[in-house]
Design a protein around this ligand. Structure first.
Ligand code: NAP
Length: 307
């Protein structure tokens, strides 16, 4: 046992909160875990599978006396939840979140954070296309990165404690500012998700022409896109609505590159294509060497992916 926070409250009881609860227990990081989810259905499931020590019927009850409160709801719901719990947060507590976008969460949550509370946003770069209270697992954060995004004048001790908490959940921790985080994630996660959604949408349109062939002969590339495109619609709607500028910037660059590749194909410019694919192959090797994926078949995807 190495308790960092006596009581941790999880608001939202889906994939990320569930995985946090399991990993907290694995490492003995808290004495009590309380939780709250919007629907009584999710709360009942959480009680049944003993996801937390206490599942409360209101978010205010869940955060009472908590030393760490983590908002694990879709990005678009963060402000309403913060407004609800703000008056009930304990003086000296740390409030954090796991939202996939940071600048908009900071903007929308900050007004509801009492002066006595340390607000330290975070984003674990680990996830899967699954969602809900059953989907969490204790190894989700192992050897994945968690980005902490401290706001101005963040208390050093509170930051060190949150860093230590995420390290003990299994993560490597990096500190970044919100704008930089949102741009990096637009490149590594948000734009790729949009491209996957588009590709699967195109195939779905084509399926009407080619009947079942798209499904029956789906090759690894397309299968991989469908896995990403199966991600939670609410979460991803909120990501694009809240990381608008960075995503549009990256999609603009993507479109330019796509035109270059289109032109090379039309002109039969094999050298251009070969050089391009050699460069991209090296990026894949870098990811494997950094231990962020395996070289196994099926793209080594298994359960986890960045998000
Ligand atoms: P999830 O499995 O779908 O769980 C979301 C939870 O939030 C559920 O308990 C849900 O309650 C609750 N919720 C949804 N809308 C709400 C609202 N309007 N007000 C209050 N509660 C609401 O989602 P998740 O994958 O854990 O994602 C949670 C957060 O983590 C998101 O901000 C996401 O951007 C971020 N994140 C996700 C991933 C990933 O790959 N999934 C990775 C890193 C970060 P009900 O069940 O009662 O509806």
């Amino acid at each position: 046992m190495s308790v960092i926070y006596k009581k941790v409250a999880l608001i939202g009881l889906g994939l990320i909160a569930g995985s946090i609860a399991h990993a907290i227990r694995r490492a003995g990081l808290a004495e009590t875990i309380s939780g709250y989810a919007r629907s009584s259905e999710t709360r009942d499931i959480a009680r049944e599978i003993k996801l937390c020590d206490q599942v409360c019927d209101t978010a205010a009850q869940a955060v009472k006396d908590a030393d760490l409160v983590i908002l694990a709801v879709p990005v678009g719901a963060m402000a309403a939840v913060a407004k609800e719990i703000g008056p009930h947060l304990k003086a000296g507590a740390t409030l954090s979140d796991v939202g996939s976008v940071k600048a908009s969460v900071i903007k929308s949550v900050s007004p509801f954070v009492p002066e006595t509370v340390h607000f330290i946003p975070a984003h674990p770069i680990a996830g899967s296309e699954r969602s809900g209270p059953h989907s969490g697992f204790e190894t989700l954060f192992d050897n994945r990165w968690c980005i902490l995004v401290p706001v101005e004048n963040t208390d050093e001790t509170a930051l060190a404690n949150l860093r230590s908490f995420w390290e003990k959940l299994g993560s490597n921790v990096e500190v970044m500012d919100a704008q930089h985080h949102d741009l990096v994630l637009a490149v590594t996660s948000h734009a790729p998700h949009l491209i996957a959604y588009t590709m699967v949408g195109v195939a779905d349109d084509l399926r009407r022409v080619t009947d079942k062939e798209v499904i029956n002969f789906s090759a690894a590339g397309f299968r991989d896109f469908t896995r990403i495109a199966a991600s939670d619609p609410t979460m991803w709607r909120d990501v694009f609505l809240n990381n608008k500028e960075a995503t549009l910037e990256i999609l603009g660059r993507f479109t330019e590159e796509l035109f270059d590749l289109q032109r090379a194909i039309r002109r039969g410019d094999g050298d251009f294509l070969h050089d391009y694919f050699t460069r991209t192959r090296a990026i894949r090797r870098g990811i494997i060497e950094a231990g962020q994926d395996t070289d196994a078949p099926d793209f080594g995807r298994g359960l986890t992916k960045e998000s």
